[in-house]
Design a protein around this ligand. Structure first.
Ligand code: PLP
Length: 464
């Protein structure tokens, strides 16, 4: 037996059976496209994009097994075997008996908040609530409180678990306010702080703190497998453990989970709630028939449930997870080597560029993130998303005065199993060329903005 060194090249642990062409439009064409879109990438047609890194949600490539599952999906209104297979998969993974499919993550959030009958004065705490979670909590009348760990504030530190909840702050808050706190949600990985993981120690700690108060702990499990893999890599106790067992332990410290299955279930649509308490599950089931449908299909087709059950199993393949986490990191390292500052360490599903640092000559109210994301499309064909003062800045409704977002970022989210290493190398190379011209990029001004969620529909003009 020859002893060969381990390969440095990361390979995609799959081969390709079905392909979709991507268009390499000339830059002059993209010039027209972006102008006609009012310099808003949400308004660009997908067929005019070469690398679509707008989101990792619902954009995964399904496997041959998942497509085969689509064909055997059973569409019976009640008692469908596809639901039974989905239920078995979710029960096996989470250990929760009550499995309730929903059409996507935010409907699971809506149903949970409604079933808890939240009211004004109630508080739901999170490590950092994802924006739809926050919206659903606030829609129910309660307050959504974020308690991220202090390490999150330094975007350049390589702390291993920057997604953690601040346990000290949680304890302190509960000492004074426990009767008002109805639920704690840990989002793993923590999307809103750059896809950073949560440690097992942190999840165990939260459970220990909450138990005496009887406050339920839920896991937002949209990216549970990526989080479990980070635990294996970074938390000593788990180095030899299987990711499946790590994931099971993550769920075991919680009272329930909600999941957007559009991420770590390789689904193009779907979500679920998995709940220990049968009474709470019953309340959800009673509510959902009004909007989602019968509790065994929850707004999905039987074929979707079938594909998700298979996806939940495939996501735990450690060769896949090694490739997924390393290839995202490789992309981030390449972008950094090309001359752009990125959030450290690189998260699980996306690379975040610090556009404020890249374009110091563009002030926040001329939107450096918008400028960089437009340039990435215009010159390379990459669709990214601005996560800065366009998306998160706020405007005083009476005076019109603007307030900046905490950071001016551009997010490059990586769809699962979609782009290859040569795609990534091409993007890194072209970003290197673009980086030499950052000083020439100009700011933008709004020519139209809606009163809420303005980033989706806004129009801009480049400044002279
Ligand atoms: C952590 C997290 N929770 C919830 C959601 C909402 O899920 P969905 O888009 O399926 O409604 C998302 C979506 O991006 C997410 O990242």
């Amino acid at each position: 037996m020859l002893e060969l060194p381990r390969a440095k090249t990361i390979i995609e642990p799959f081969r390709i059976k079905s392909v979709e062409p991507i268009r390499l439009l000339p830059a002059s064409e993209r010039d027209r496209v972006i102008h006609e879109a009012g310099y808003n990438l949400f308004k660009v047609r997908a067929q005019d994009v070469t690398f679509d890194l707008l989101t990792d949600s619902g954009t995964s490539a399904m496997s041959a097994r998942q497509w085969a599952g689509i064909m055997v999906g059973d569409e019976s209104y009640a008692g469908s075997p596809s639901f039974q297979r989905f239920e078995t998969a979710v029960r096996g993974l989470t250990g929760f008996d009550n499995v309730i499919p929903t059409h996507q993550g935010r409907s699971a959030e809506f149903l949970l908040m409604q079933a808890l009958e939240l009211k004004a004065g109630d508080v739901v705490i999170g490590n950092t609530h994802f924006d739809t979670t926050r919206a659903n909590i606030e829609h129910s009348g309660a307050e959504a409180l974020d308690l991220p760990c202090p390490e999150t504030a330094d975007t350049q530190s390589n702390a291993p678990f920057k997604g953690n909840i601040d346990l000290e702050a949680l304890s302190l808050f509960l000492k004074k306010n426990a009767p008002r706190v109805r639920l704690v949600i840990i989002t793993a990985t923590n999307n809103s702080v750059g896809g950073q993981p949560v440690s097992m120690k942190n999840i165990r700690g939260a459970q220990r703190i909450l138990e005496p108060y009887g406050i339920p702990l839920f896991l937002d499990a949209a990216r549970f497998a990526e989080n479990a893999f980070f635990i294996k890599q970074r938390e000593k106790e788990f180095q030899g453990k299987e990711v499946r067992d790590i994931a099971r332990e993550m769920f075991s410290h919680c009272d329930g989970a909600l999941m957007s299955a559009k991420k770590d279930a390789f689904g193009n649509i779907g979500g679920f709630l998995a709940i220990r308490d049968p009474a709470l599950a019953e309340a959800v089931r009673n509510l959902m028939v009004i909007t989602e449908g019968f509790p065994t299909y929850g707004g999905l087709a039987g074929r979707d449930l079938e594909a998700l059950a298979i996806g939940l199993e495939e996501i735990l393949d450690e060769d896949y997870l090694t490739y997924r986490i390393r290839s995202t990191e490789y992309f981030g390292e390449g972008v950094q080597a090309a001359g752009l500052k990125v959030i450290r360490p690189i998260g699980g599903h996306a690379v975040y560029i610090d556009a404020g640092a890249a374009l110091p000559h563009v002030p926040w109210n001329e939107y450096p993130g918008q400028s960089l994301s437009v340039a990435l499309y215009h010159h390379i064909g990459i669709r990214s998303v601005e996560v800065g003062s366009v998306m998160l800045g706020s405007r005083n409704p009476t005076t019109g005065e603007e307030r900046p977002a905490p950071r001016e970022l551009v997010r490059l989210a990586i769809p699962r199993r979609v782009y290859t290493q040569s795609h990534v190398d091409y993007m890194i190379e072209m970003i290197g060329h673009l980086a030499k011209h950052l000083g020439e990029l100009r700011g933008y001004a709004f020519t139209y903005q809606a009163p809420v969620l303005r980033h989706f529909t806004a129009k801009f003009t480049p400044l002279a």
